[in-house]
Design a protein around this ligand. Structure first.
Ligand code: GLU
Length: 279
């Protein structure tokens, strides 16, 4: 399972997404990609291998827009390749998604969708989500409803962010078992699978329940039954450089050398007069 990102605001979505992908690099990955709404269309750029491959591709094909999604992939279904890299879309890229995790029942869903005429481009389990959202949207009143109707059909642990070409002001996010955090900005909002990816843009976070609809000005969170729920917004007090390698050569070395401080912080206040205080 690797990383996902989302942005909606007035800023340059690509800049946020690329910086976020850089901050997620420490998790390891085999490909990376972004999708940005630009001039009435969702444009996708994705490349197998290191982030620099994606950055090079973006040099000759820059994406400029105010809403977008990004992904670093750790392949579970389908080899690492440009085609299997995320984001994935339906045939016309009207619905474009990124996904972390595994859709356990993707084979049966794919068969059902193929029987309805959907054509698959990749070998991933992920692609079923894009086509399913397209299918559900035909009878839904909104993207939110289409995603809610889609996720009840999925089995497995996942986090996903969906964007729609016809409604370029909102992202719909869904999760089950995979971590997803919403970062609150001013006139802009963010999504990430790891809060460390957002520390350069916000310290205000809410952890997602089931589904959320995010615009530049609002965050609406829904539970499994589709009821709106209130989630507390936390002020993250992460160490400023927690996402950076700092003076170390790689993240494993950083982790090793930070162990004494990590243990001290964990035990701090929990040992009183030689006794462990578990309250
Ligand atoms: N199962 C998906 C794939 O293989 C997502 C993997 C991930 O979490 O990066 O493309």
């Amino acid at each position: 399972m690797c990383g996902i990102l989302g942005y909606v605001g007035n800023g340059n979505a690509s800049d946020f997404l690329i910086e976020g992908l850089r901050r997620l690099e420490y998790r390891g990955y085999d490909s990376a990609g972004i999708a940005v709404y630009e001039n009435g269309k969702i444009e996708i750029e994705k490349k197998a291998g290191r982030l620099v491959n994606l950055e090079k591709a973006l040099e000759s094909h820059p994406l400029r827009g105010n809403i977008g999604i990004g992904h670093t992939r750790w392949a579970t279904h389908g080899k690492p390749s440009d085609v299997n890299a995320h984001p994935h879309g339906d045939e016309n890229n009207h619905f474009v998604i990124v996904h972390n995790g595994i859709i356990e029942n993707y084979e049966e869903l794919r068969e059902e969708l193929q029987a309805r005429g959907y054509v698959f481009m990749s070998q991933t389990d992920t692609e079923v989500i894009a086509h399913l959202v397209e299918w559900e949207f035909r009878t839904a009143k909104s993207l939110l409803e289409a995603v809610q109707k889609t996720v009840v059909q999925l089995r497995g642990a996942y986090g996903t962010v969906v964007m729609n070409q016809e409604d370029p002001n909102r992202l719909v996010v869904a999760r089950s078992g995979s971590p997803l955090v919403i970062g609150y900005g001013v006139g802009e909002n963010f999504i990430a699978s790891d809060p460390l990816a957002l520390l350069n843009v916000t310290r205000r976070f809410a952890y997602l329940e089931e589904v959320a609809e995010i615009t530049r000005r609002s965050v609406e969170i829904y539970d499994r039954e589709g009821q709106k729920v209130k989630r507390e917004v936390h002020e993250g007090n992460f160490e400023h450089d927690a996402a950076d390698k700092g003076q170390y050569r790689h993240y494993m070395q950083k982790e090793i050398f930070e162990q004494p401080v990590a243990i001290m912080n964990t035990l701090d206040g929990r040992i009183v007069n030689g006794k462990v205080n578990i309250n």
